[in-house]
Design a protein around this ligand. Structure first.
Ligand SMILES: [Cu+2]
Length: 178
């Protein structure tokens, strides 16, 4: 009986090892295609048009917006599909919430839990984890070319003067950050 159980375990171990090999081949392929910084870049971040790193209790928009951690901001075009990756590099949990996400259907992958503070919706990301959000940005109301909505961390960013607050800019046509 014990022998049989051992064999079964061995069979599983082979499967896990094979899976591990496949994963490392895939990651290796992506890594060599990306060059030197590849190991710190998840494949999902490559597909994302917006990448936000949370570090030192601040949002750093490293792709798709303004990198200034004192005024984080990112851009989206109305009616188009967007992919946002958020990576928490701090050793405490943070949140990424906005009234914007109340009315948007989001496809989530990675490690995060949905949270629903007052009049907003969003995601709690544990230390060292990251999440990817896929969704279609809503259309703008007639006569409006740009709308702005706040986003914040509902744990550290409730105070209007706090650093963990930023802006989402939704526009009819593509805008550039100067
Ligand atoms: Cu926070």
């Amino acid at each position: 009986m014990n022998g049989r159980r051992f064999l079964q375990r061995k069979w599983w171990m082979k499967c896990v090892a094979l899976l591990g090999l496949l994963v490392s081949i895939t990651v290796g392929g992506v890594a060599s295609a990306l060059g030197d910084n590849a190991m710190s870049v998840l494949p999902k971040e490559e597909e994302s048009d917006i990448v936000i790193v949370i570090k030192d209790k601040a949002f750093h928009v490293i792709k798709g917006g303004s990198p200034n951690p004192y005024h984080p901001l990112f851009l989206m075009e109305a009616g188009l599909d967007h992919i946002i990756t958020i990576r928490n590099e701090d050793d405490v949990a943070h949140e990424f919430v906005s009234p914007y996400f109340r009315d948007v259907e989001v496809q989530l992958s990675g490690d995060a839990t949905m949270v629903f503070p007052d009049d907003a919706a969003g995601f709690r990301i544990d230390p060292g984890k990251s999440v990817t959000l896929r969704f279609r940005a809503p259309e703008l109301p007639k006569g409006q070319d740009v709308i702005q909505k706040l986003f914040w961390c509902d744990i550290h960013g409730k105070d209007p003067l706090s650093k963990m607050r930023g802006e989402i800019v939704l526009s009819r046509t593509q805008l550039e950050i100067e």
